[in-house]
Design a protein around this ligand. Structure first.
Ligand code: SF4
Length: 224
């Protein structure tokens, strides 16, 4: 049987990720991401683990998750929207009777448009990592570069480009959420140490205006 786009690693089962819903998390290739967020937990935990589940083994795991009462499969990464085989993988999971949420960093609005338009998934979690504005002060550029591009080249253009792409993706995800009664779709922010209370307030205001549920998550440093 061919390989699925999901990694052969432990599958966490959680009630917290999608509040109140028994969910399990599958990961696409972790290094496949266009951001280098400050202390990325997934890259720290899974880097170097490149073995993919065969569809046969994925089916076995899904059968076990069903027995545990899991209703929703959350697809995380890396950035899942960069995975070329994502759609076939999601369709395979859905045929087995699960709902699917895709977690994205929101920087690929064309892919978001494709997936929302084709109704491939049942929901999306989109991370908003910094306040989304038209212009940024120099000191904000420095702080926000540290959040988004901790190990990459840092410049003003990157932060502004990020904000523009997030605006486009949020617009698409909002349309999708409205059409689907907001089920399984959320906006999220990690309280990175570089964010001020004012920043958090601006992010919350931006999220509230969309009408999409918003989750503010604590920042946990990566263990050395
Ligand atoms: S977008 Fe997600 S996977 Fe990519 S670097 Fe940031 S936290 Fe890590």
């Amino acid at each position: 049987m061919p390989l699925s786009p999901f990694l052969d690693v432990d599958i966490p089962v959680t009630f917290k990720d999608q509040p109140g819903v028994q969910s399990a998390v599958l990961y696409t290739h972790i290094p496949l991401c266009n951001l280098e967020c400050f202390q990325c937990h997934n890259k720290a935990a899974f880097d170097g683990q490149g073995t993919f589940l065969s569809y046969e083994k994925l089916l076995e795991k899904l059968d076990k998750l069903k027995l545990l009462g899991v209703e929703l499969i959350i697809v995380s990464g890396g950035e899942p929207l960069l995975e070329k085989r994502l759609i076939e993988g999601v369709e395979f999971i859905k045929i087995e009777g699960f709902s699917v949420r895709i977690d994205t960093n929101g920087t690929l609005p064309d892919k978001v448009e494709q997936l929302t338009g084709e109704k491939v998934a049942d929901g999306f979690a989109l991370d908003i990592k910094i306040p989304i504005k038209n212009e940024y002060y120099e000191e904000e550029i420095i702080r926000f570069n540290e959040i988004l591009f901790s190990k990459k080249e840092k410049n003003r253009k990157n932060v502004k480009f990020y904000a523009e792409e997030i605006k486009k993706s949020v617009k698409k995800i909002k349309e999708f959420a409205i059409a689907n009664d907001f089920q399984y779709t959320i906006l999220r922010t990690v309280k990175y140490p570089f964010l001020t209370e004012k920043d958090i307030g601006e992010i919350k205001k931006f999220a509230k205006e969309t009408g999409i549920p918003f989750q503010l998550n604590p920042f946990y440093p990566v263990e050395a």
